[in-house]
Write a protein that binds this ligand. Structure first.
Ligand SMILES: Cc1cc2nc3c(=O)[nH]c(=O)nc-3n(C[C@H](O)[C@H](O)[C@H](O)COP(=O)(O)O)c2cc1C
Length: 161
């Protein structure tokens, strides 16, 4: 599988098989994800492994599609708005790296923004100033949605003099 294949084939998975994924593999993908670009090497990501009690309190409408593993990815606070934005950008790169590494191994990810609400921030115990970039359901896909076609990239390119 080439990187371009992985990027184009990865889908946001909404229904999982109950089969557990290997914890060792999970760590390998998280470690690979940490090679994401990050300005000033802030490495702003933090991962919360979500257990059954916390998961139930999040009360997600499909319980993350039955994913056997759920974790939250946080972006750490910063001293300026620019640094905070940059941290969130770096953590987004981290999540994409993670999803592509998992995809290569046949494992899918459901990226949910459910952790952003004030109520769920409390459930997750997120400190003021930290951002919840995503709550991820992770497991072997039961269903893989059809690709959502993208707008031709040429329509998104402008040329400056
Ligand atoms: C920051 C972010 C938040 C997202 N939050 C949700 C969400 O709450 N629920 C959801 O179903 N999908 C969520 N998604 C996934 C998108 O809906 C999905 O990527 C998009 O529909 C394109 O589908 P694809 O990833 O399969 O190509 C999120 C994606 C990103 C980048």
């Amino acid at each position: 599988m080439t990187i371009i294949d992985a990027i184009k084939e990865r889908r946001n998975i909404k229904k999982f098989k109950p089969d557990m994924i290997s914890e060792k593999d999970l760590l390998v993908w998280l470690e690979a994800a940490s090679y994401a670009p990050n300005h000033r090497m802030t490495e702003p990501w933090e991962i919360l492994m979500i257990g059954p009690e916390t998961r139930a309190k999040l009360n997600h409408k499909t319980d993350f599609g039955g994913a056997p593993v759920v974790l939250a990815v946080l972006s750490k606070s910063a001293s300026t708005p620019l640094e905070r934005d940059e941290n969130v950008m770096a953590v987004s790169c981290f999540v994409q790296n993670f999803m592509l590494a998992a995809h290569e191994a046949g494992v899918g990810v459901f990226w949910s923004s459910i952790g952003a609400s004030p109520q769920n921030r409390k459930v997750l115990g997120v400190a003021d100033g930290d951002d919840v970039v995503g709550v991820l359901g992770i497991g072997y896909p039961e269903e893989v949605p059809e690709v959502k076609p993208r707008t031709p990239i040429s329509t998104k390119i402008s040329h400056l003099s």
